[in-house]
Design a protein around this ligand. Sequence first.
Ligand code: NAP
Length: 316
Amino acid sequence: MTRVLVTRPLPERVLEAARAQFDLEVRESTAPMDGTEMRAALALYDGVLPTLGDRFSEEVFAEVETPRCRILANFGVGYNHIDVAAARARGVTVTNTPGAVTDATADIGMMLILTSCRRASEGERLLRAGAWEGWHPTQLLGLHVTGKRLGVVGFGRIGQAIARRAHLGFGMEIAYANRSEKQAEVPATRMALLDLAAWADVLVVALPGGAETRHMIGAEVFAAMPAHARFVNIARGDIVDEAALIDALRSGEIAGAGLDVYEREPEVPRALTEMEQVTLLPHLGTAALEVREAMGHMAVENLAAFFAGRAVPNTV
Ligand code: NAP
């Protein structure tokens, strides 16, 4: 029977579906695998179902030149932790789980837009600290969201799903920066990144991570943003130069931020946790049971198709 390693505990229904088809091993730790574990996984299993943090780099592949493993069926749409070229060079197919994550991640994007504009985290902290002295007309005044300008950087599935919510639900005007022109369901104008930064009241990032997009959002972008603007990142931490973001927040170059992802997760700089004008979530983009089940079933289906010799639906 085909041996498959699942590198983290997953929802039970997903494991049941996988057990019905494969000789399954589930790693119990919730932490990413280290190099030794990854090399063993490549050598001992026919397929691996890895996820965020399992860094299948060139160095890992280099020590297992002829892996037994023929497929890495990633749990998640983002696969910047896997060196796809290195995998391909050893005949290892890589798949991901697009689509399953779109709405949930867009919801978190919209939540961070609202939370950072309306200072909700700051308000909750004040209340929990027992420091709320009651309503008054000039307390915690934030940025009104309805009708404002939303700039979306990376206008793929998630970027467009955020735009739909923002436009249809909150009457926001939409513009985007993306390497190709897109036909979206809602009216949206394509702009160069710095023009978008200067135009938008809220700038949200929905790009893939990786070498191509690393630090694409840095000091220049923050300098172009208006002082009242908010910055939101639901994509990958390394797209943003975190030090430049901290400087921009500290100096008042931008008014606030809402972040779901960080450059060196799970490490979050103290400079960020100490600032009132930021909302910080622990990478919650897809954290809902039915979404994680859908992602898991998609990854298992990718494995099943691969080992049955069928066309593999989500090869990257
Ligand atoms: P997608 O549909 O592939 O969209 C990515 C968009 O970025 C595409 O429109 C693409 O343009 C654009 N793009 C890629 N590289 C670019 C570059 N160098 N310059 C300009 N634009 C570029 O992906 P998605 O499903 O929306 O997911 C986006 C990312 O969100 C994922 O890769 C993942 O890392 C992240 N994510 C985070 C969470 C979370 O938990 N916070 C959850 C899910 C996903 P083209 O159309 O021209 O290729």
